[in-house]
Unconditional design. Structure first.
Length: 190
């Protein structure tokens, strides 16, 4: 069993903001794999289904970004999911827009959602990083992550989310390297 977590902030004022890229990615996974209707559980919105015959739980913590770990630990504990089978999808300032990176474990890069998850389950979970780039000029980091995507950025994000949703089955049935390779190959074809 896998737990796929999309990070973001609840509420309509945060819809389509850079910090909610994780929410948008799991929404696409829910849609693409015809998961159950979301229900409120574990301080989050939970949906379940199967990806490549593997039971998968999708979670969008509703605790605000900085307390995401509270929701993740509740769901992981209830379903007895080991951190190696937890996939967290989140925005990343240190990646330029249009880039996707994946890794097992590692640092948080200053991401408060990841810091909180680390404090609850440790660092050995899979992270899919969606590049949103650093703010330009005078814009502050907080303003950048909480601002909505421009039309051009949204088109790039939708492509990245599509790549993740198209290939999440490869990650679940194979490994990180196979997922990265498949995404790279799909990008070359475009």
């Amino acid at each position: 069993m896998f737990l796929v977590v999309g990070l973001g902030n609840p509420g309509s004022e945060y819809k389509n903001t850079r910090h909610n890229a994780g929410f948008m990615a799991v929404d696409e996974i829910i849609h693409r794999y015809n998961f159950s209707k979301e229900s409120k559980k574990f301080d989050g919105l939970l949906s379940d289904g199967k990806i490549a015959s593997e039971k998968t739980i999708v979670l969008k913590p509703q605790t605000y970004m900085n307390l995401s770990g509270n929701s993740v630990i509740k769901a992981a504990s209830f379903y007895k999911i080991h951190p190696n089978n937890i996939i967290v999808i989140h925005d990343d300032l240190d990646l330029e827009a249009g880039k996707i990176k994946i890794k097992l474990g590692g640092g948080t890069g200053g991401h408060n959602g990841l810091k909180n998850i680390d404090s609850h389950i440790g660092k050995e979970y899979i992270r899919i990083r969606i590049g949103i780039g650093r703010p330009q000029g005078e814009e502050k980091v907080v303003g950048h992550v909480l601002n909505k995507f421009s039309k051009k950025e949204m088109a790039i994000l939708e492509e990245m989310i599509g790549l993740i949703a198209n290939n999440i089955d490869v990650l679940i049935t194979q490994d990180i390297a196979a997922f990265s390779n498949k995404i790279g190959l799909e990008r070359i074809k475009k």
